[in-house]
Ligand binder design. Sequence first.
Ligand SMILES: Cc1cc2nc3c(=O)[nH]c(=O)nc-3n(C[C@H](O)[C@H](O)[C@H](O)COP(=O)(O)OP(=O)(O)OC[C@H]3O[C@@H](n4cnc5c(N)ncnc54)[C@H](O)[C@@H]3O)c2cc1C
Length: 291
Amino acid sequence: MIPPPFEYYAPRSIDEAVGLLHRFEGDAKVLAGGHSLLPLMKLRLARPRALVDIQRIPSLAYLREEGAHLRIGATTRTSELLESPILRQSYPILTDAAAEIADPLVRNMGTVGGNLCHGDPGNDLPACLLALGAEVEVAGPGSSRILRLSDFYRDTFVTALEPTELLVGVRVPRARLGQGNAYHKLEKRTGDFAIAGVAANLVLDGSGRIGTAGIALTGVGPTAILAEAAAAVLVGRSPDEDQIAHAARLASDSAQPASDLRGSVEYKRAMVRFLTRQVLERALARAGRAV
Ligand SMILES: Cc1cc2nc3c(=O)[nH]c(=O)nc-3n(C[C@H](O)[C@H](O)[C@H](O)COP(=O)(O)OP(=O)(O)OC[C@H]3O[C@@H](n4cnc5c(N)ncnc54)[C@H](O)[C@@H]3O)c2cc1C
């Protein structure tokens, strides 16, 4: 299938890319890995007049710890997440997710920015980055802004990005002593989108209590869901089996699944409960504390 005709631009800087988006007044789309956008164009579900290919902008490709943050540029590929020693060592939740995203072909092309901006509730990175308390850096014509990822998702395939804005990158609080995190999704076959997925990030304080907690869900609502009540019951407590079971029940309550070919509402809620227990236990083990 062939997409409808479009103009193609390959800017070399963020300013040039934003200038092009501005020039087309919302009738241009950013092209990153193209793995989601091009199928939509082939199906005539998207018909942009122009594509602004951001893959040749050097300043969008980075993955580094800098000051108080881990920073990941928009065009960083999923395969780079999987191969990163920094992530494996200090942010294994992102290595977990990258390993479960599709297959090597998709991972070699799909970008972090595309995974976030597409707004598909089945994508795995939004929940992981929500659990980590991420913020996104956005450039628009004449201005830039930073917003919390928890304010970014409005509905399925709908984000807070204006059509003239470019997501430049994402930043998460730098890993601390006592931090552990994990992600796992249930899939029908290896490489599928999630039936349900759960991300958890915990930071233990010096006395072994949970100081910070983030739990987020994939594939069980119109967007990735931050399970705030589930995380809140853990904070200030010494983790034990009862606390974990309580958090898992609350995470399941916060899911808004729909019944479909992947399973019924009840099944998906039960899977969220099961997965939450599993990732919390893994996160605690990674933080150096087993229950
Ligand atoms: C067969 C297949 C299986 C997949 N399985 C999974 C899976 O299991 N888990 C998972 O998480 N993902 C999965 N994906 C999605 C994939 O990992 C990519 O995340 C996804 O295709 C989008 O990334 P992209 O770089 O290709 O973005 P594109 O397709 O280029 O863009 C997607 C959307 O985001 C916009 N966009 C992209 N970058 C920016 C930016 N920097 N600023 C503003 N807007 C931007 C585009 O305009 C477009 O609207 C799968 C994809 C395929 C094709």
